[in-house]
Ligand binder design. Structure first.
Ligand SMILES: Cc1cc2nc3c(=O)[nH]c(=O)nc-3n(C[C@H](O)[C@H](O)[C@H](O)COP(=O)(O)O)c2cc1C
Length: 156
């Protein structure tokens, strides 16, 4: 019998990177760990992040109208864990700069892409936020990987 536990197990075999989605609304900033992120379209450029309706990030994104996706490095597992917990988020020890949309971006991430939200599409218990990229950058390093419910690293 197919159920959500089996779906989790199957899709857990799909290894992904890990990102920190960040946004600013008024003077507040918020971040959420996410791997349901994809490069939706190249022409025009569009980025998609899927956010659970229960997460505070969903309401926040509707207000901020922007988001940045920060691709985490293999030494940033602690950041991923910290922002995968409900409740207030502590940015105090993180080196951040403000990107074009006002979203805070991590100086030490592997890459970032800063987007203006152009569409919100409901999908079951999630909302899909589609953003038009306005800025971004890549940096050197190795990615943090999430596979089968565990953090891991690339072996080369
Ligand atoms: C590796 C990993 C990936 C995750 N990906 C997503 C995601 O793509 N979308 C989502 O809504 N939650 C995702 N989560 C769960 C959120 O990070 C978690 O629910 C978080 O507590 C939400 O915070 P908030 O309620 O403050 O917004 C992920 C968690 C982990 C550990």
């Amino acid at each position: 019998m197919f159920d959500s536990a089996l779906q989790r197990q199957i899709m857990g075999r799909f290894a992904t990177g890990v990102t920190l989605v960040t946004a600013r609304s008024d003077e507040k900033i918020l971040g959420m760990t996410a791997n349901a992120v994809l490069s939706l379209s190249l022409d025009p450029p569009l980025i998609l992040v899927s956010v659970n309706k229960k997460n505070q990030m969903r309401k926040f994104l509707k207000k901020s109208n922007c988001f940045a996706i920060n691709v985490l490095r293999d030494d940033q597992e602690e950041i991923s864990r910290r922002f995968a917990t409900p409740g207030p988020k502590d940015f105090s020890d993180l080196e951040l700069v403000e990107s074009k949309t006002g979203s805070p971006v991590l100086v030490n991430a592997l890459a970032f892409i800063d987007c203006q939200i152009v569409q919100v599409v409901p999908g079951g218990d999630h909302d899909m936020f589609i953003g038009k990229p306005l800025a971004g950058e890549t940096r050197d390093g190795n990615p943090l990987i999430f596979y089968s419910g565990q953090y891991t690293q690339l072996i080369s």
